[in-house]
Structure formats: structure tokens, C-alpha cells
Ligand binder design. Structure first.
Ligand code: MN
Length: 205
């Protein structure tokens, strides 16, 4: 199998009271697992299509791969973005947030509004845009929509109802507020540190 469900580096109850153990267990072991299974299944079906030289179902398979691989990538990042012991952004990361968004408060307000404002299922994300060489905030629809190819994710927040409904019901704003208490800024800083100012050349050649 190409894709595998990653282990969490904390227990299912570690993020309480902000995210319950029940949500974490379902979200990781059922929802995330389903994306992993779906992505592997799409790859296998494509292999079969190539071996039989029959591409009749290819449009469906490409959509299945994008959706399920998107889900796998997004959740893999999300789990690492979370931590029971959160602090605040520091150093180069804090400076970049201020540079591109004006202040941490303005960044937080923009990101929160992006999350709460998603119509349907999706994600809010902070990314490094490898063409403009800057941070941007985006709204990702479903697992793969409304996204430019050059966006390298740094921080992601799952706004699908399965991520919060058991704990917060329809009050999305309280879930988003709780998110700020469990962000691993160390993980975000590590991701930011690995994006290069030369990443632009990856896109422009
Ligand atoms: Mn999810």
C-alpha cells in the first residue's frame, strides 16, 4: 500500500477539553483511514486501467484520487499542527506572520473568518505561496478545491462537521476559538523553516 494511516504523537484524549477523545478517535481511525483506503484504491484501479488499456472510468478515478489523497494529506498535516501544549509563534515565524498579515491579531482574525466562513465542508489554511514567495491564507473546499498548486501548507484547520459537531454542534466559532489553544507553533515553524525562498524556481523553472 502506497499510503498508510500515520500514528498520532499524542493520545486521543490529549486535546481535551478543546477536542474530545471521541471525536479524535472517530476522526483519526475512521475518517482519516477512509481517505487512506480510498487513495490506495484509486491508485490500484489506475494501475488496472493501464494494464488493460481501458480508461473508461478514468475521470472518476482521477476525482477519487484527488479527493482521497487530499484528505490524507490534509489530516496528516492537521494532526501534526495540533499539540496539548501550545504556546505562541516565535522568531522567524512570528516575524513572517507580522510581515504578511500586519499583526498576529490580524492574522488570527483573518484565519478565523476564513474558517468560519466556509460554505459546506472544507478547511482554512495558512500556506507558503511558492510563486509570490509569501504567506497566504486560503479556504480549501472539500479536500482539494479552491487551491493553487504552488501553495505549501503550514497550518490547517478542519472545518468539516465531523471535526467538531459532537463537541460544538452548530457553533463553529467556539470550535475555531478552541483551536487557538492547541496549535503546535513548533510544528508550523518547522514547516515554515523548510520552505525556501528559492521555492519559486520550482514553479518557474
Ligand atoms: Mn476531517
Amino acid at each position: 500500500m502506497t499510503y498508510q494511516l500515520p500514528e498520532l504523537n499524542y493520545g486521543y484524549s490529549a486535546l481535551e477539553p478543546h477536542i474530545s477523545a471521541r471525536i479524535m478517535e472517530l476522526h483519526h481511525s475512521k475518517h482519516h483511514q477512509a481517505y487512506v483506503t480510498g487513495a490506495n484504491a484509486a491508485l490500484e484501479a489506475m494501475e488496472k486501467a493501464r494494464s488493460e488499456d481501458n480508461f473508461a472510468t478514468l475521470p472518476k478515478l482521477q476525482k477519487d484520487l484527488a479527493f482521497n489523497l487530499g484528505g490524507h494529506v490534509n489530516h496528516s498535516i492537521f494532526w501534526k499542527n495540533l499539540s496539548p501544549s501550545s504556546s505562541a509563534p516565535e522568531g522567524d515565524l512570528a516575524a513572517a506572520i507580522t510581515e504578511y498579515f500586519g499583526s498576529f491579531e490580524a492574522f488570527k482574525n483573518h484565519f478565523s473568518a476564513a474558517a468560519i466562513g466556509i460554505q459546506g465542508s472544507g478547511w482554512a489554511y495558512l500556506a507558503w505561496d511558492a510563486l509570490g514567495n509569501r504567506m497566504i491564507i486560503g479556504q480549501l473546499y472539500d479536500q482539494q478545491g479552491n487551491l493553487a498548486m504552488g501553495n505549501i501548507p503550514l497550518l490547517m484547520l478542519d472545518m468539516w462537521e465531523h471535526a467538531f459537531y459532537l463537541d460544538y454542534q452548530n457553533v463553529k466559532a467556539d470550535y475555531v476559538k478552541a483551536f487557538w489553544n492547541i496549535i503546535s507553533w513548533e510544528d508550523v515553524a518547522n514547516r515554515f523553516g523548510s520552505v525556501s525562498v528559492h521555492s519559486k524556481s520550482l514553479l518557474l523553472g
